[in-house]
Every structure is written in structure tokens, then in C-alpha cells.
Design a protein around this ligand. Structure first.
Ligand code: PMT
Length: 222
């Protein structure tokens, strides 16, 4: 792949987990560090793309040459992604978006007066599914699937339901794969059902590979 293979292309990447406030000091979160998404954003910039990275909270530094938009919750991520996707050529959603948020955010810190506290949750919009509906012919939409069982079955279902071109499926229960580590073990699944099984590798290497596959398959460049 030429090091300018993505010149004149806009790549939109999402990364890290969203956090959903319960009260001013507490939130519901997940274990995503942002490592996978930041690696993709960094690599896309190295390939010459104009890169926008929409990220939940992460301690990682902004990759060089990337425009970083920081958000906290799923609704904010949706708003920024919908703003940025329109002129994007490639959209890669590595973020771990919270599926639910507390129905109400308490204005004041909740006191520990009750023995049991019931938190009501409301479903968040599925941003990837929305993008799948809005997608134009020339846009390439890549999702991730984080599963702990039936990886291929659920990932294939997500490709269809969310109208994706490709999905990167990781079994996050495997040692060396998934959340908050430097390596990942993934399967790349295309919309025609073809599956490529990848070995354990660093997230930087996997980021290169994902972009290589996209470039070779959709832009016919090598
Ligand atoms: O950040 P790291 O610590 O490096 O960890 C990397 C990772 C494990 C988070 C990453 O490799 C990964 O698998 N990301 C997707 C996590 C996830 O939420 O998967 P999912 O199967 O629940 O969601 C499927 C897809 O829909 C994802 O592309 C997700 O971004 C998207 N989604 C999900 C819910 C929602 N409300 N909106 C979405 O857009």
C-alpha cells in the first residue's frame, strides 16, 4: 500500500467508551480505552487521509495529524458523528457506545439512604445502524462487534441489520483480545459473508491491516 493511498479521502473514526451520567459524580461506563480506534486514526493519517476522530473519554494523546473531537455520552457522540459523516469516504466505528443511559440524571449527588436503589435505563440510539440507513453508495461503513459468545453469528447479523460493508469482530473474552490491552484477535467479515481469521497482533498492526483491506477491496490500489 502506498503511503499516500488515502490522500483526498476523509476518514471518520470513533473510539473509546461513552460514559452515561447518573448524577454529578457518578456514571455508567465500560472498559474501552480508545487504543483500537486511536490506532486506526493514526494509521489513516499516515496514509494521507484527512482524519476526524470522535472519542469518548480516554487518557491517550491525540494522534498526530488527526482532528480530535471529545465527547462524553452516546447522544453527544451521535450528534458529532452525524455532523461529520456526510463528507466522509470511510467511517470506522471502533467505539464502545453504551447501549443504555440512565433515564434521568439526578441534579444532586444521590445519598446512600436506601438499602436498594433501582436505576432505570433507557435505550440509546444505535449510531451505526442510523449511519447504515443514511449511507451513500460511495461511502464505506465499517463496524466492530465485541462479543463473548457466538462471535460470527452475531457479527454477521450486525452486517445485515446495520447495512455495513465490513465488520471487525473480536471475541473480547479471549486473552490477548478486546478491551484495554495493546493486542487484539479479530475476524474480518465482509458483507458477502467472506471471513478472514487473523492471528493475535498489536492494535497498530490490526489498524494497518483493516485499512489495507479497505483500500484493496474498495479502491483497487496496491
Ligand atoms: O478501546 P480499546 O480498549 O482498545 O478496546 C477496543 C474495543 C474492544 C472497544 C473494540 O475493538 C471494539 O470491539 N469496539 C466495538 C465495541 C462495541 O460496542 O461493540 P458492539 O458489538 O456492542 O457494537 C457494534 C457496533 O455498533 C460498534 O461498531 C459500535 O461502535 C456500534 N454501536 C453500538 C451501540 C450504539 N448505541 N451505537 C453504535 O454505533
Amino acid at each position: 500500500i502506498s503511503n499516500q493511498a488515502l490522500i483526498n479521502k476523509k476518514v471518520l473514526v470513533t473510539a473509546a467508551g461513552t460514559i452515561e451520567a447518573i448524577d454529578p459524580v457518578r456514571y455508567i461506563g465500560n472498559r474501552s480505552s480508545g487504543k483500537m480506534g486511536y490506532a486506526i486514526a493514526k494509521q489513516a493519517a499516515l496514509l494521507g487521509a484527512s482524519v476526524v476522530l470522535v472519542s469518548g473519554p480516554s487518557y491517550l494523546p491525540k494522534p498526530e495529524g488527526v482532528t480530535l473531537i471529545k465527547i462524553e455520552n452516546a447522544l453527544e457522540m451521535r450528534e458529532m458523528v452525524l455532523k461529520e459523516y456526510k463528507d466522509a469516504d470511510i467511517i470506522i466505528k471502533a467505539a464502545a457506545v453504551a447501549d443504555y443511559r440512565p433515564r434521568t440524571v439526578e441534579e444532586n449527588k444521590i445519598k446512600k439512604n436506601e438499602e436498594r436503589l433501582i436505576l432505570q435505563l433507557e435505550k440509546n440510539p444505535d449510531i451505526l445502524q442510523e449511519l447504515g440507513q443514511l449511507k451513500e453508495k460511495n461511502q464505506i461503513l465499517v463496524g466492530f462487534a465485541a462479543e463473548t459468545q457466538d462471535l460470527i453469528k452475531y457479527a454477521k447479523d450486525k452486517i445485515q441489520r446495520k447495512n455495513l460493508d465490513m465488520i471487525v469482530a473480536n471475541d473480547v473474552s479471549l486473552p490477548g483480545a478486546g478491551f484495554n490491552i495493546d493486542t487484539n484477535i479479530a475476524k474480518i467479515i465482509y458483507k458477502d459473508g467472506k471471513i478472514e481469521n487473523l492471528d493475535k497482533m498489536s492494535k497498530d498492526e490490526l489498524a494497518c491491516l483493516i485499512l489495507d483491506k479497505i483500500i484493496n477491496k474498495y479502491y483497487n490500489v496496491s
